[in-house]
Write a protein that binds this ligand. Sequence first.
Ligand code: NAD
Ligand code: 0WE
Length: 265
Amino acid sequence: MNLLKGKNILIVGVANKHSIAAGIAQSMAENGANLALTYQNERLKGNVEKLANDWGVKTLIPCDVGSDSEIKETFSELKSNWEHLDAVIHAVGFAPREELDGEFVDVTTREGFKIAHDISSYSFIGLAKEAKDMMQGRNGSLLTLSYLGSQMTLPNYNVMGLAKASLEASVRYLAVSMGKEGHRVNAISAGPIKTLAASGVKNFRKMLSYNASRSPIGRNITSLEVGNAATFLTSDMASGISGEVLYVDGGFNSTAMGSIEEAED
Ligand code: NAD
Ligand code: 0WE
């Protein structure tokens, strides 16, 4: 399909081939988009360069979203390549590792809270602010990635749950603000996927099998499935959708009791 033919799209959050942002880039490249990618730091540059090559992407820009000046620099660099911008994809989340292992009330710190909200939530607003100029008159789209932990508790997601709740609220406020410019703002709430961000998480394999067995589709989702939903939301096919959180989780969020078989009598 060619849902994004001729659209210029910035993707933030590719670390390696397992990244959700990589599934999004693949789907968008297959749908005719012109892509630019950022990478967080020199350590990840090599990985991202190789992937960019596979997708025929020429524009690669370093950007730590914790820095206002790096965000600004990203868009001035982009402006030297493109006349305009149609969409921004934000697939970034981070909390200090210690915040994601243990009892919420004990492991959450003021500093960890600040970092989690800064990198995982504020950064989406920071990107929108700077993207506005290049997106003028384009009826563009902004998209971020969230997780069910924003709405319900699960072990160890802790302060990230708060940061994702903040991110989802900012999707709604940004939808109003950016709506005045003709742009749409949405989130995809993805089911669990084994990515770099998930690799350090205790019992992640168990979480994957728990989710697969309790999902209506009976399996976990892939980053390409997230990518295809992202392609739809970014395309003109979704021109009526804004301020929305779309679940791409095989239906997991909608079941309270998938099966009774494993319960005891
Ligand atoms: P990933 O590790 O592949 O991607 C996370 C990205 O965030 C990396 O590219 C990393 O470089 C980037 N990042 C972190 N701090 C940054 C900073 N200061 N500046 C710039 N970039 C920074 O993992 P992923 O699972 O693909 O995560 C992408 C998004 O998807 C995140 O928002 C995550 O919360 C969300 N998500 C993940 C899952 C899952 O199970 N993997 C499920 C739902 C939502
Ligand atoms: O949003 C995420 C990933 C969040 C994340 C993961 C890490 C691990 C390494 C943010 N920051 C860090 N920092 C690190 O140092 N997911 C939805 C995946 C995920 O992470 C979890 C999960 C799930 C699911 C953490 C605990 C419990 C469940």
